[in-house]
Design a protein. Sequence first.
Length: 396
Amino acid sequence: MSSISAPGLFHQSNLESIRTLFPHLRTGQIYLNHASLSPLSTRVVDVMTRYLQTHSDGSPVSYDDELQIEADCRTAVQKMIHAESKDRIALIGNTSDAINIVASGLPWQRGDRIILNDMEFPANVYPYYHLQEYGVVVDIIKCPDGRITTEMIARSITPRTRVVALSAVQFLSGFRADLVSIGAMCRDQGIWFVVDGIQAVGAIQVDVQKMKIDGLAAGAQKWQMSVQGTGFLYVNEALQEAIHPQFVGWLGVQDAWNFYNYGQPLASTAKRYEGGTVNHLGFCGMSKSLALLLDQGIPSIENHILALTRILTDGFRQIDGVMIYSPTNDSERAGIVTITLPAHVNAATVFKKLLAKNIVISLREGKLRYSPHFYNTPEEIQMAIETTKEFIEKDR
């Protein structure tokens, strides 16, 4: 299958085995849009189908089975991000809801400050902007070259800075932040470090303890390859202690089955943020999608993705007039390669032509964004490069 080799790529036999799990490949589709929404593997579809069948054919439904789904999913997330314990994981439906738990729950005082930057996806902005109504100040770092560094954040810190909010990987440029350095700085200065991990978890290695991340939010429909409506919030014990939840549900207390003990405390774990019944159908699928990634090994997945994005970057550099919007430094890139086309070329037209050729990418802010995953082959990448070049040249 593979005739193109590069350091870090999966072995051909391993790729062939992995690719049998993704039926969309049988259509010849080249799917390079995982920064938006991932296709589902047969393992995810099969387990969710069995769940639905069990709930429709009269089979006994055990709540213990539902609790096991939750436990399996929390454990898988714990392994993915190297959390201290599965008790540090709350199962949340999306990134926005997870970030809002932190943003709305901290004990803000008028004049407290939050550091953001001007590259963030809105999910990591609006929960903090909303706090301006209560006198909280949001400091926005300008990033003219598409990079946000430890030094830039350090220069923006004031005595009233309480939170540094940052995406691990930026959604448009694909810039990968130095989370280890930034996390260490925040910890040393007593500032909460809250990370939007949706463009990182499942694609690159994330270690919340090594990176000194206090809170990590991530929907699972992108690089984690789960269904929409699944995701998680990680909080360490210190951040959990600081958060006063604005919403509490019946399952968020210490003993949910002690129905008439209304005065009991919140759960001692991050489950306190889940409130009511979670999406067991979705989370049984998520546990399988994470298990597949863990089986392959996140370090190996990261190496494969970086090898593919290197091929993309090198290939696009050879196309006259194309500018690489994403970083090319190995330490600053992940799974996203975004390009700017020559001024006379209509990006929307090229995007539509690629889609008609069964090559799926994203059109974002007038740019083309490519985001391969661990099952993509270098041949698919080369085909995407060549087809993009063909359509650019035809539009000259």
